[in-house]
Design a binder for this molecule. Structure first.
Ligand SMILES: Nc1ncnc2c1ncn2[C@@H]1O[C@H](COP(=O)(O)OP(=O)(O)OP(=O)(O)O)[C@@H](O)[C@H]1O
Ligand SMILES: [Mg+2]
Length: 556
């Protein structure tokens, strides 16, 4: 036994050292968790959080977004970032909390597709700004042209995780409607893999947005809209029983207004009608008329198990807002006008842990990079481009997992294929499972990786068709050139043998070659296009999927 006298520090002494840690203090020490681990990334995060919020606000308010981004270099490693949107603005009382308190927002508690979801984005930027420059963040907000502009200068009080207002003012002008934010940060500007790429890709994923960008080097870029219509607004969904865990079920049971277990299941969950609710209660051996609050730990366990066992319809899919096949195609054509070939595929929505999600994949081929380098992958989650942590992302995992040689591209082992191509992978979901708070990579859930791989294979198949067509055309051209080269000599010999004029024979020979070529083209088109046309004419996506999965099975 240890002698009490030999203990160097007592529990009482330990107890005196225990202190609550404020969330702001925690992230002040761990800014890398929020994506501020180096100056280049920090500058990107500053722009990204403000732009994502502006686009979310505009889309939710039904306004076509017009977002202005201006970055000024104010010192060797100092930048002033100004982002302005034309959204609904923020009411006066909410401004300090939104910008001056971590974990405060309107999107965390709901299940509806949006760019932001954590309630930490813009306040993290304010935190980083004050940490590196000591300067306050400036915010202007106007909710209506007839109302005044509310102006704030603020910090976050990191001990309390509360806003600290240093200036508050009402103005007559400065902003028509929306939010404008001015933030000073320590950062580094580089042309690639940063703000410029993020804005370009944002424009691809949000074809209805107009983005104006004034870069620190003085260049001004306007990303115009390629669509003048907002996407259909996604609807909010309730939790699906398949995605629920014990603690969450316990909490919801504790605060529900429903009087019975049956009505609790119907009211709180998606895809549960009276019949399904009864069935769940039956499997759980619980009384459907029992009071939800009366369930003890064992009862909750039984209910949870039954919720996973009973066959329940998939969640509603109108909570998703994919970019759209036509929209993404048009957007890619606008951004990569020099490309030889562009294709987009959109998969049917799927579900992981009760959360609906949908994958869209685009392939841009030719004149978009070196033929000797790995292809570029544009990773997008809920219309937000992801630029870092590619290695941890399910998009890259799925792209590497495809056997690209089958589709006409070289591929070193366990790597991305080689070629002048861009692969775009977009995941839309009511909750994107990011690997960290910095929202840089999508966690590789098996359901998500599988669905992404299937989508990539669908698009790769289209690319392969294009590449084999191109190869055939090249071969034919070479064949014709050979024939044409010999036609003159053959005509001369035939003229000697037959006495016919040489140039008449040559003309005839060339016309035979042309006709033969036309016929060959026609035959080849018949064999290639008919099955494709048939496959596309199947309007029932399930049928089409069945057919594709058979192909995919073969590809495995
Ligand atoms: N430009 C804006 N216009 C209108 N409302 C805004 C704007 N910027 C932020 N908000 C509101 O402030 C909230 C907090 O923003 P914040 O960026 O901190 O979190 P979020 O967008 O909810 O989630 P995430 O942490 O994933 O970005 C948002 O949920 C939104 O309601
Ligand atoms: Mg946000």
């Amino acid at each position: 036994m240890t002698d009490v006298k030999t203990i160097k520090k007592t529990a009482e002494e330990f107890a005196k050292e225990q202190k609550e840690i404020s969330i702001s203090e925690f992230f002040e020490k761990n800014k890398h968790l929020l994506g501020f681990d180096n100056p280049t990334k920090a500058l990107l995060m500053t722009v990204k959080e403000a732009v994502d919020n502006g686009l979310d606000a505009c889309e939710e308010a039904g306004v076509l977004p017009d977002v202005n981004v201006k970055i000024k270099q104010t010192g060797e490693d100092r930048f002033r970032v100004i982002v302005q949107d034309n959204g609904p603005g923020i009411v006066k009382e909410q401004i300090p909390k939104i910008f001056g308190k971590l974990l405060y927002g309107s999107k965390f508690h709901r299940l509806r597709q949006s760019r932001g979801q954590q309630g930490i984005g813009i306040s993290a930027v304010v935190l980083y700004s004050q940490l590196t420059t000591g300067l306050p963040t400036k915010v202007w907000s106007r909710t209506d042209e007839k109302k005044k502009v509310h102006y704030y200068e603020l910090f976050i009080n990191t001990t309390k995780n509360e806003p600290e207002i240093v200036k508050e003012q009402t103005m007559d002008d400065g902003l028509e409607r929306g939010v404008k934010v001015e933030i000073d940060v320590v950062g580094r500007y580089r042309k690639t893999q940063s703000v410029d790429d993020y804005l370009k890709q944002t424009s691809v994923a949000n074809p209805f947005a107009r983005i104006t960008y004034n870069a620190p080097d003085g260049t001004k870029i306007i990303f115009p809209r390629s669509f003048d219509k907002l996407p259909k607004p996604p609807k909010e969904m309730k939790m699906h029983p398949y995605g629920v865990e014990f603690g969450i079920l316990q909490r919801v049971l504790g605060k529900t207004n429903s009087k019975t277990l049956q009505s609790f299941l119907v009211n709180e969950f998606s895809s549960v009608g009276a019949q399904t609710a009864k069935e769940i209660c039956k499997v759980a051996k619980l009384d459907p008329n029992a009071k939800p609050t009366s369930l003890d730990r064992a009862g909750i366990e039984k209910l949870l198990n039954a919720m996973q066992k009973v066959k329940i319809q998939r969640p509603p899919l109108d909570c998703l807002s994919p970019i759209g096949k036509e929209e993404l195609e048009k957007s890619l054509k606008k951004e990569y006008p020099q490309a030889e070939f562009i294709t987009v595929v959109e998969r049917e929505p799927e579900v992981y842990r009760g959360m609906p999600f949908q994958i869209e994949v685009g392939v841009v081929y030719g004149n978009v990079g070196s033929n000797e380098e790995p292809i570029d992958v544009l990773r997008i989650a809920n219309r937000v481009p992801l630029l870092y942590q590619a290695g941890a992302c399910s998009t890259i995992e799925s792209a590497k997992d495809v056997d690209w040689k089958r589709y006409g591209l070289q591929q070193p082992k366990n790597s991305l294929p080689i070629g002048s191509a861009i692969l775009v992978i977009h995941m839309s979901s009511v909750w994107v499972p990011f690997v960290s708070e910095s929202k840089e990579a999508i966690a590789p859930y098996p359901e998500i990786v599988k669905e992404m791989k299937l989508a990539v294979q669908d698009a790769a198949r289209e690319l392969s068709r294009y590449l084999s067509g191109k190869r055939r055309a090249g071969e034919q051209k070479r064949r014709i050139q050979i024939f044409e080269r010999y036609a003159k000599e053959v005509a001369a010999s035939l003229s000697v043998l037959t006495g016919e004029e040489e140039n008449i024979i040559e003309k005839k020979l060339l016309s035979i070659i042309e006709n033969r070529n036309k016929m060959k083209n026609f035959e080849e088109q018949e064999t290639v296009t008919i099955p494709v046309a048939e496959a596309n004419s199947k309007t029932n996506p399930k049928e089409r999927r069945k057919e594709k999965s058979l192909e995919e099975f073969r590809e495995e």
